[in-house]
Design a protein around this ligand. Structure first.
Ligand code: G6D
Length: 337
């Protein structure tokens, strides 16, 4: 079942919310601004609903930080100055974090208005992103489809088709908080199919070095509570996780990440080779959420993507999209509640 509501206005553009409800009473709400995942309301034993993801209002979504539930592209994660090489040529792209291009730069997908095509179980957002739009080469036809299945899964399908060689490395920046009360994610358990993660420069771009996770706070190959791991990381400047995990080779039926709290669980599937895990380490009063007080570790983002290691090691999988080609990427989240 589909419901369409007026959500508000940003910079003179009307923003519409699309809510899909499945036969189990689960409700998925997405916005045409930033192709944003705004809510995942699951039924509760008392007959009401609870949202399992962090969300904000239009003022919050219009800020250039946080990326709450936003579609991210053309390139999820960080491109350091001079790191992008396409067809053998260095390509400069606009920076939005010092000299770094984070999450598609200042005019990435998260800032754009999309055309919506909504049906009973899915919403497709489409948009043509030109070099004039976001400063990346190639005119890219993008679609982002959110589907809520009867089996309680949210499936996000991204497609990109370009006329000139570019990059296409989309993700979604949803933050989870599965608690019944307003608490942090320190009581959540995480399993991550990653035997290593990438070393980062202080600017958080990759150095190219790979670090083994065994016997470190980064080892989530067996389910582990986040609180103790985050406490071990309080002595580093990030004071938590904001890391690029190298996902082990896996079958399509194998999840890349499993997050749980009590009987609530989110299982994430992706064919790609990296997941960035970000535990909202320095969140404070500057942010405003509809159902949570902003504070460190109020949510966890698990961003499936193609590793930025390809920017520093040409031998690794690249996020390049060659001229005249298209690509489909999918992230699937199965949940219990
Ligand atoms: C990503 O890795 C980055 C973080 O550093 C950033 O703060 C966040 O997006 C908004 O997860």
């Amino acid at each position: 079942m589909l419901t369409t509501d007026k959500f508000g206005e940003v910079a003179g553009h009307a923003v519409t919310a699309y809510t899909i409800e499945n036969r189990n009473g689960v409700q998925l709400t997405v916005l045409d601004y930033g192709a944003t995942w705004h809510a995942l309301n699951v039924p509760t034993p008392d007959g009401s609903h609870q949202n399992l993801i962090l969300n904000t209002d239009l003022a919050g979504y219009a800020k250039p930080d946080g990326y709450f539930g936003k579609a991210i592209g053309r390139f999820a994660g960080r491109i350091g100055a001079g790191q992008l090489v396409l067809d053998g040529q260095p390509v400069a792209v606009p920076a939005n974090e010092g000299t770094t291009t984070l999450h598609g730069g200042p005019h990435g997908f998260s800032t754009l208005f999309f055309k919506a095509d909504a049906a009973a179980d899915h919403v497709t957002f489409t948009r043509t992103v030109t070099p004039e739009t976001d400063g990346f080469p190639g005119t890219l036809d993008v679609s982002v489809t959110y589907t809520l299945t009867a089996a309680d899964e949210v499936v996000i399908d991204f497609t990109g088709a370009t006329d000139q060689t570019t990059v296409f490395n989309p993700t979604n920046h949803v933050y989870w908080n599965l608690n019944a009360a307003d608490d942090t994610i320190e009581n959540h358990t995480l399993r991550l199919a990653a035997a290593s993660h990438y070393e980062l420069e202080p600017s958080k771009v990759l150095t190219g070095a790979v670090v083994a996770n065994a016997d470190t706070p980064y080892d989530f190959r067996e389910p582990r509570q986040l609180g103790p791991a985050l406490r071990e990381l309080q002595t580093i400047p990030e004071a938590g996780l904001d890391d690029v995990f190298a996902i082990d080779d896996h079958a399509a039926t194998e999840p890349v990440a499993v997050l749980s709290q009590g009987q609530r669980q989110v299982t994430m599937y992706s064919a790609r080779n990296a997941v960035v895990v970000f535990t909202s380490n320095h969140f404070g009063d500057e942010l405003h959420f509809l159902h949570h007080q902003s504070r460190p570790h109020v949510g966890i983002a698990m961003e499936a993507q193609t590793s930025a290691a390809g920017l520093v090691d040409p031998g690794l999988t690249q996020a390049t999209l060659a001229a005249g080609t298209s690509r489909h990427e999918q992230i699937r989240y199965a949940f219990t509640y």
